[in-house]
Structures are given as structure tokens and as C-alpha cells.
Design a protein around this ligand. Structure first.
Ligand code: ADP
Ligand code: MG
Length: 696
């Protein structure tokens, strides 16, 4: 299986080069793993009368009744008519005319296969494959023909799907069953009625019936998901067995006083449950690694704060890292207001913290007198040395990379307990796959009294009405957001769009009656801060912004959000943005403005937003429409890349697989039993192919 591909008969150095460059096929095994994306059903022969426009391909059998070269020069073509008992189909060749003329004969019978088109209601086949039924070896055979993905370049060099199929056929002449040993344990195979690995690889390429192909797909998907779940499971269990964590055994004064004296509201059931899960982890002696998911506004922050107070009660420092200064500042202000009366000091460390202030904070972090530190990326810089860091929170984790998370780990000899929070509502199946190495909590309940944001989609034509609506809201004392797409902060065009948008808003809402804040990625922190603060303090009624305010910002008096060019945003991002309104007791609105002629897919996306406020449903829809690869921040070192399995469509398989993997690991966590040795060998081997799997 590890033979270089040029050793295969029919490949040779030139083709080998192409296969390597274009398809990353280096070895026999790589070719074997290059699966067809579909099969053409050559088992069926259609009658000519039954051909209709819904068919992509047609296979018919008939007699040639006419053959004629028509047209001049570039329009020159060979036109042939084939007749069966039901009708006539036209076949055309633009190339190889002479050769075809020699090959075909009037009055002979042929089996013809090709892509079907219609012209003036008549069926046509361009450049079909033809097989004479007169020749001695003609069987009129019919089969399922594999169609392989190939690139344009390969096609141009004669390595088309058909040629590739020939190579795979050749491959099966030289490999045997023993080259492809079984990797799954016998009882797993039995329990899930799977076919063998060898069988599945044969049938994925050359099934004799479509049911064989289905069985092959089923087996291969199972294997892919199983391997990934085993790896993640092993990672998780290795972590819990080997990474000792500090034990937070008591819940003391800070927590209790906060709970009884300062907590401004009753916790929701979900918040209480998550807090309990965290407390159990903290007392276990193992390092906690927990992903906390909760929709925007579900109240994750208070859970983080209360967990930090437990750390404090046990003599440890804690920190929370936020993706933007605006958000870090907001957390710091919020925490200070909540805990200052308890004589707990909260420090803020951000990129813009002045050097004198920074020096003081760094000292306090190092000598341990600062119990709670809020910050941005500045927290993971080398200069930050904790006296005794016991608990670290990463807020809005999708904005950070795995490496940044790891840096926090290194801030303490005994790794701190980690709470990773995200408002990206990842459906459970995705979380299981992408974050399988983390434990998982979810806040699936919003605090009481929230009214869902009323969301509508309006076309650009309706702008005047939209503006008048906003004017009415502002007259009633509320505030409004205008959001513009600015995906890459450096993109000049989008920047100009934003400026034009700002001028437009200003034209509708002129000073001095109205004041407008603006925040975008090209501003420095100070400018952002000033603009933000003016909006928070109601100096300005309108905030014009890019998606920099996407995360975390909390202005309950803002009741309207207009999202400009809404069709340019992904669903999850729209939901995230919308979460900035509907934070107070007043009814809130989100208006999705789009160009007058938006596409079907965009329309569908926007209509999802108008029909639900449920982040989880939206995330699932997003997955359906865009596929898992696009979901922002969920991609983790290739963990979602499978050849066949699709974590959305194969949700049911994934759940089954996860149970099977858990069962296996509970019996044999290190896969050392003899009956598991092929599996553990397989896991090791596939590491070579998937280097990402080594990243932990
Ligand atoms: P997110 O999960 O998006 O980070 P926050 O933690 O910012 O949400 O909470 C959103 C708002 O809800 C805040 O104003 C917070 O004070 C409030 N809140 C949180 N928990 C509750 C609760 N149990 N009851 C009422 N309001 C709450
Ligand atoms: Mg938050």
C-alpha cells in the first residue's frame, strides 16, 4: 500500500507527477482512498421515448439510421441518428469526426451512453460513449461506473475520470485482501452490522449493485467518525488522568457573601446547574477543561464571576480574557460594581493600559494581591506572571486560537482550571466532534422577562420607512445601531462603504438634534472607547459600527438594530449581532436591510432570522446551508475533515459512534488488549496521514 504511485502499471513518471500535484496521490493507498463521488448506473437501459429533461445521463440501445457530416470549419460536426423501437435520438461529435465515421456503421446496433441534452424538444447526446453490439466480445454489459473527482488540468492531460477508473481497476489487480487488514474490533463490526474494510474499499469503487455501494459508504463513514471519536476520547481521558489540578475544596466567604448580598437577580435553573458542574470539577483534583456554551444574553458572565470567587475563597487568583478592549473594559466595570463592596479588587490589563498603571498591575499580579484580573490578549504576554493562578476564563472563545488558550495554561506550574465560554451556538453534534476534548456545559435558558427581538427583512427601497421608524424610537428615548459589513478591517472598499453609510445616516439624522457615535476597526482604542462610552452614556443616540461590536457589548437602552447589506453576513454572525438589542425591558427590533435583488439562498438565510430567535436552531440552519467548514471558529485543526462523513447529515451515525467509542475506551482506555491491537495500529498509522491529530 505504501508503494509509490509510479510503480502502478499505467502510471509512469509523467502521470505520477500529475497525480501528486493535482490530487495529492503519492502511493497506492492514496489512490485507493480517492473515492468516486458518484456512480453512473449503467444497469439501466432507457427507451428513447422515455428520455426527459430531468435526466442528466442516458443509456440507450439502438440502430444507426443516418450519419452525416454537416457545417464548415469550426462548426463542422458529425450528426448521427440512432433509433430504437420507441423513437430517435441525435448524437453529435465535434471532434474525432473522421475516426468516429470509420468506427460507426449504418444499420449496426449500439449501446450508447452519454450526457443528455435537449434541443427544440428533441433529445441529444454530445460525444457519447458507443459500444458496438456486433463485436464478438460485446456483452451489452451494464454496471455501476465510478466517477472520480479530477481537475481540469488532469482532464487536459488525458487523465479523466474514466482513465482514473482504469488505474483503480489496475490497482485491484495487484493488491489483495491481506494488504487491507481489518481495523475495527470484531464485536463492533457485529454490533453495527458493518462490512469488512477490504470489502468496503472494493465496493466504494466497484459495486455490482447500489446496495453494495451503500454498505461501503456506511462502513467507511463509521470508521472515520469512530477513529476521530476515539482520538478525542483518548485525549480527554489522558488529560483527566494525568493533568492534576488544584483542589478547590471549599466555598467560602467571598462566594457566599456575593451570593447573599450582591447577586442582583435570581440565577436561572441553567445557570445554577452549570455552576454546580463547575464546582464539582473544581473539587475533583483534576484540572477542569470545560466549554460553556450559552446563547447571547444567556448570562454566562455571572457564572464566570462566581466561579472566580470560588478560586478566591481557596486562595487562588483568577483571570478572564476577552477578545476586545471594549469588552474587557465592560467586564471590569461590571465586576467592580458587583464585588467592590466586598473589598475584592478587580484589575484591568489591556493593550492600551498606560505604562505606569501597567507596572502597578503587573506587580500586584505577581505578588498575589490582585485576586481577579480582567484583560485582553495582553494577559498572555510573558511579562504577566501570576503569583498563584488557579482559574482562567476565556470569553468568546471563537475569537481566540487554541494556541492562545494553551498560553494561559502555562501561566501556572499546576495548570489552572479552564472555563472556555462561547456564544457561538454550536449544535451538540458539532461540539461533540470539534471540541470532543473538552467537557461541555450549556446554558439553554434565557433570564426571565426577555421579549424576543422582532426581526424583519426590508429591501433597500423601504429605507425611508425604516428611517422614520427609527426616528420614532429615538423620539421615545431609545437608541439605535447601524451595522455595516467590514469583514477584513484592511479592506479599503468596505471602509469607503462604511463612510458613505455614515454620511447617509447623518443626512437622515442631522446634528445638533441627533448625535452619532462611530466605531470601526481602523480606529485606535482610545477613539473606539470614547465613541462607545458616549453611546453607553446616552450622549449619542445612534451607533454606526462594523462588526467590532459583535461580541459582548451591553447597552440595554438600544432597541433597534439596522443591519446594512444583511445578505453579506452569515447566519450565526447575524444572530450574534442581533444579540446586542433586546437586552432591556423595552420591545426591540432588528431590521435586516438588503439590496433589492437578493439571491435565493440569501433570502432563505434572512427568513430564518425573521422566524426564530433561537441561537441553536439558527446554528443548525447555518450548518445546513453552508456546511460545517464555514462556521466561524469551530474549525479546530482539521478535526472536521472527513472523506465521506458529514457531521450534519450523519448526526445519527455520529451519536451511535460516540457511544461505541466511549464503551470501548471504558473497557480498554489505552487500547492494549490483543483484540484491539489492529485498531491501535490503525490509529497510529493514520496519524501519519493526518498530522493534525497530533495536536492536542
Ligand atoms: P452572555 O451570556 O451573552 O455573556 P451576559 O452574561 O452579558 O450574557 O448577560 C446578559 C445580561 O443578562 C446581563 O445584563 C446580565 O446582568 C443579565 N442576567 C444574567 N443572568 C441573569 C438572571 N439570572 N436574571 C436576570 N438577568 C440576568
Ligand atoms: Mg458575554
Amino acid at each position: 500500500m505504501n508503494n509509490p504511485i509510479e510503480y502502478l502499471k499505467g502510471v509512469g513518471p509523467l502521470r505520477a507527477d500529475l497525480l501528486k500535484k493535482e490530487l495529492e496521490i503519492f502511493t497506492f493507498e492514496d489512490l485507493l482512498m480517492h473515492f468516486p463521488y458518484r456512480h453512473l448506473d449503467r444497469t439501466k437501459i432507457q427507451s428513447i421515448a422515455s428520455l426527459d429533461a430531468s435526466m442528466d445521463y442516458a443509456q440507450v440501445r439502438g440502430i444507426i439510421v443516418s450519419m452525416e457530416v454537416v457545417g464548415e470549419r469550426r462548426a463542422k460536426r458529425l450528426v448521427v441518428h440512432l433509433r430504437d423501437t420507441t423513437g430517435i435520438v441525435e448524437m453529435t461529435w465535434f471532434q474525432g469526426i473522421n475516426w468516429m465515421q470509420k468506427t460507426l456503421a449504418l444499420g449496426n446496433e449500439y449501446l450508447v451512453f452519454g450526457r443528455l441534452g435537449f434541443f427544440l424538444g428533441r433529445p441529444q447526446l454530445n460525444h457519447p460513449e458507443v459500444e458496438s453490439l456486433r463485436e464478438s466480445n460485446a456483452t451489452g454489459k451494464s454496471f455501476l461506473e465510478p466517477i472520480y473527482p479530477v481537475t481540469e488540468k488532469l482532464k487536459a492531460r488525458g487523465l479523466n475520470a474514466k482513465a482514473l477508473a482504469k488505474l483503480v481497476q489496475q490497482l485491484f489487480l495487484v493488491i489483495e485482501q491481506k494488504d487491507i487488514p481489518e481495523c475495527l474490533p470484531a464485536d463492533t463490526i457485529k454490533r453495527h452490522s458493518l462490512i469488512s474494510r477490504w470489502q468496503s474499499l472494493r465496493w466504494i469503487h466497484f459495486p455490482e449493485q447500489s446496495v453494495q455501494f451503500d454498505q461501503a459508504v456506511q462502513r467507511i463513514k463509521f470508521e472515520e467518525l469512530f477513529v476521530s471519536q476515539l482520538r478525542l476520547g483518548q485525549l480527554r481521558s489522558a488529560r483527566s488522568r494525568f493533568s492534576k489540578g488544584s483542589v478547590f475544596s471549599k466555598v467560602g466567604g467571598a462566594f457566599n457573601r456575593f451570593y447573599h448580598e450582591r447577586l442582583p437577580y435570581e440565577l436561572t435553573g441553567a445557570q445554577k446547574r452549570v455552576l454546580k458542574e463547575i464546582r464539582t470539577d473544581l473539587g475533583s483534583g483534576r484540572q477542569m477543561n470545560r466549554l460553556l456554551q450559552g446563547d447571547v444574553g444567556s448570562g454566562k458572565t455571572i457564572v464566570a464571576l462566581m466561579s472566580m470567587l470560588i478560586a478566591l475563597d481557596n486562595g487562588f487568583q483568577s483571570c478572564i480574557m476577552a477578545p476586545t478592549e471594549i469588552l474587557a473594559k465592560q467586564h471590569a466595570d461590571n465586576f467592580r460594581e458587583l464585588v467592590s463592596p466586598l473589598e475584592i479588587e478587580v484589575g484591568l490589563l489591556a493593550g492600551s493600559t498606560r505604562s505606569q498603571e501597567r507596572k502597578k498591575i503587573l506587580e500586584k499580579i505577581e505578588d498575589g494581591s490582585l485576586g481577579i484580573v480582567v484583560g485582553t490578549h495582553a494577559l498572555i504576554e510573558d511579562a504577566v506572571k501570576f503569583h498563584r493562578l488557579g482559574f482562567a476564563v476565556v470569553d468568546e472563545q471563537h475569537k481566540f486560537g487554541v494556541a492562545q488558550r494553551a498560553k494561559l495554561w502555562e501561566k501556572s506550574a499546576v495548570p489552572p482550571h479552564m472555563l472556555v465560554m462561547t456564544a457561538t451556538p454550536i449544535p451538540r453534534t458539532l461540539a461533540m466532534t470539534a471540541y470532543g476534548d473538552l467537557d461541555y456545559s450549556v446554558i439553554d435558558e434565557l433570564p426571565p422577562g426577555r421579549t424576543p427581538v422582532h426581526t424583519v427583512h426590508r429591501l433597500d427601497d423601504a429605507r425611508p420607512q425604516v428611517m422614520e421608524f427609527i426616528r420614532a424610537e429615538i423620539e421615545a428615548g431609545r437608541q439605535a445601531y447601524f451595522i455595516f459589513p467590514l469583514i477584513e478591517e484592511s479592506e479599503k472598499l468596505q471602509y469607503e462603504d462604511l463612510m458613505r453609510g455614515y454620511e447617509n445616516v447623518k443626512a437622515w439624522f442631522p446634528e445638533p438634534k441627533y448625535w452619532i457615535s462611530m466605531v470601526h476597526g481602523r480606529m485606535n482604542t482610545e477613539q473606539k472607547d470614547i465613541n462607545m462610552r458616549r453611546f453607553v452614556e446616552r450622549d449619542t443616540q445612534i451607533m454606526v459600527s462594523t462588526t467590532v461590536i459583535e461580541v459582548g457589548v451591553n447597552v440595554p437602552n438600544a432597541t433597534v438594530m439596522v443591519i446594512e447589506s444583511a445578505e453579506k453576513f452569515g447566519l450565526s454572525q447575524l444572530h450574534q449581532l442581533r444579540g446586542r438589542v433586546g437586552r432591556g425591558s423595552e420591545k426591540s427590533y432588528c431590521i435586516l436591510l438588503s439590496a433589492n435583488g437578493v439571491g435565493k439562498e440569501a433570502k432563505e438565510r434572512l427568513s430564518v432570522m425573521c422566524t426564530t430567535n433561537d441561537g441553536f436552531r439558527i446554528a443548525e440552519k447555518d450548518l445546513e446551508i453552508r456546511g460545517p467548514g464555514d462556521i466561524q471558529g469551530t474549525r479546530q485543526s482539521g478535526a472536521l475533515e472527513f472523506r465521506l462523513a458529514d457531521i450534519v447529515a450523519d448526526k445519527a451515525v455520529l451519536e451511535k459512534v460516540k457511544r461505541e467509542a466511549d464503551r470501548l475506551l471504558s473497557v480498554d482506555p489505552d487500547l492494549i488488549l490483543p483484540e484491539h491491537s489492529p485498531l491501535s495500529q490503525f490509529l497510529r498509522d493514520s496519524l501519519r496521514i493526518h498530522p493534525w491529530a497530533k495536536i492536542s
